[in-house]
Design a protein around this ligand. Sequence first.
Ligand code: HEC
Length: 191
Amino acid sequence: MKTLIRLTAVSAMLTAGLVLAENAPINSNANEAKEVIKTFSMQLKGELKHALEEGGPLKAIAVCKERAPAIATEVGEKTGWQIGRTTLKPRNVELNTPDAWEQGVLNEFAKRKAAGEDVQTIAFGEVVETDAGKTFRFMKAIPTMELCLACHGTQIAPEVAKAIDENYPKDQARGYSEGDLRGAFSVSKPL
Ligand code: HEC
């Protein structure tokens, strides 16, 4: 009986060790992904804030439209990660509509938020098989802040709404309140 318990304990320890070893590359890739997202989001938020202060939401639309994809490319080239943003209700339907994997993760994020998890810390990463081989994919939730409401909120100024309509006739990214899940950063790297 004692031997059995000891064997079970040893095998449990071995399994735990294996799981830890298996998760090690995921953890280090996830940490790198978080850093890449931080660099991208801080630069974007900085430029957005600056544009809002200088010219108001009407002028700042251009930052979101041109600088968001441009910063994603810049940081992507520097780091070797593919960087994007996605959401269940996109404004830029062509660029930011989720693929099947992202849609699944976004649905999970919505469930996790509904279960009480803090949007600030909701994230998920895993290794997936693609046509190009093994790829690490990672997503981090984007909360809606007060700063975002001028263009994503429930009461958008008429001239701002008009400019959004002109640029994004299929826009779905309105009606959010502070604290809502706006979408997620989505990054990937071939392994
Ligand atoms: C000045 C208006 C404006 C403000 C303020 C603004 N956004 Fe946006 N947002 C846009 C525009 C325009 C796009 C489309 C960008 C594109 O063409 O890629 C967009 C796109 C996005 C996307 C990509 C998914 C999609 O819907 O296409 C996310 C995520 C997002 N915004 C989050 C935020 C968050 C979070 C804030 C606050 C920190 C914020 N936005 C503030 C105008 C704005």
